[in-house]
Design a protein around this ligand. Sequence first.
Ligand SMILES: Cc1cc2nc3c(=O)[nH]c(=O)nc-3n(C[C@H](O)[C@H](O)[C@H](O)COP(=O)(O)OP(=O)(O)OC[C@H]3O[C@@H](n4cnc5c(N)ncnc54)[C@H](O)[C@@H]3O)c2cc1C
Length: 411
Amino acid sequence: MPDHASAVAVIGGGIAGLTLALALRREGVECTVFERSPRPAEVGAGLQLAPNATRLLHRLGVAEALRAIAVLPRALRIRGWDDDRPLATTALGAACLRGYNAPYYTVHRAQLHRVLREALGAGPLRTGHRLTALTENPDGVHLAFASGARHRADVVIGADGVHSVVRARLAGDAPVFSGSSVYRGLVPADRLPWAAGDPEIRVWPGPGRHLVCYPVSAGREVSFTATVPAGAAGEESWTAEGDSAELTAAYRGWNPTVTRLIAAADTVRRWPLHDRESLPGWVTPRVALLGDAAHPMLPFLAQGANQAIEDAVTLAVCLGRTAEADAPTALRRYQELRLPRTRLIQRGAREATRFLHHRGSPGPGRLHRTGAAADPHGLAGLRAMEWLYGHDAEAVAAGAIGEPSTAQAAS
Ligand SMILES: Cc1cc2nc3c(=O)[nH]c(=O)nc-3n(C[C@H](O)[C@H](O)[C@H](O)COP(=O)(O)OP(=O)(O)OC[C@H]3O[C@@H](n4cnc5c(N)ncnc54)[C@H](O)[C@@H]3O)c2cc1C
């Protein structure tokens, strides 16, 4: 017999699960979030949050809390791996606010997590609940947890990440190691003289590897991710220690901004990158996948969390505004709205590897001739992102359901 029952049970209290819980509450739908970790995650490094996600988060009531932890970078600049020369620019900052009516932020992942948790409150969140089994019946979905607890829900959402237990019930696939690992580091900004200037996202594509860095924690720290080829996946955890000497060796010969940045980190964490093929579908009549559980993507378009947030708001609108007894229709609508877009972005993230790692791509030399000269302020670069940053998942979902969207008024 289940200990408890709820309308919607969300498995996983990451960015996807917490955003979904906030969005469901706004729709008046009761939910419980089950998170396996006994304590909320205080780990991770930087995340880029683009306007396609920040406009949705703002409407969920966290604009002020987000502003307090975020940095508003002025631009994203691609630079030469050997000489640090600027090669191409995408304007962000004020230009992005003007163009898309929402900010492009860089944040610390753990701080974003805390903002979402505090907005939600402790009520709906059950920590220390690791899902081990799930059975879908006509009367509901029965959940079993490692602790022995049981639960019944009308609808279950798997927001349990790239190694999703819920996905394992829906599809027979497994995550595939991509052949790359990322080292992630955080450096106090006062150790890096250049960090005192205008905030920027810096990307150095290079032979077989690349490095990205930007300020986080309201400018107090600089986060970097250094992607390197790796023979084996190794441990996957936001807290797994990396070998600083290995990282230093992997970037030997790169420009001094990069090598000094790496040297300034006290510790680094290593994270093997996994990918999965996109699924033909990710819902059943009572179960759906969300975020990385549905569509894990390489982080090379910096969109995994952004897409998880788009998913969450779309799903909440579908569940909240479709007739009560018709969860299967709501879940099907959610899938129809989200699958094509996330598939495109998953593919785009994979293709970005060729440019970032100079494999069969034009490479930065050509970029310099075409990009930097033709678009010195990066405004064309920003306009080219319309398809990604201009998307309003909430308005699209409301439109699909045939409801007038309140999204613009609430922006
Ligand atoms: C190096 C790197 C850099 C990145 N940079 C960016 C970026 O700049 N911008 C961006 O948008 N995205 C970025 N991403 C991607 C982003 O981190 C993910 O897409 C995002 O965190 C996915 O959120 P999620 O909630 O779906 O999954 P997760 O964050 O993985 O959360 C899943 C949650 O489910 C819990 N869980 C797992 N199994 C169970 C279970 N059996 N029972 C209960 N709970 C369970 C986990 O403990 C976890 O809390 C990056 C990723 C990496 C690796």
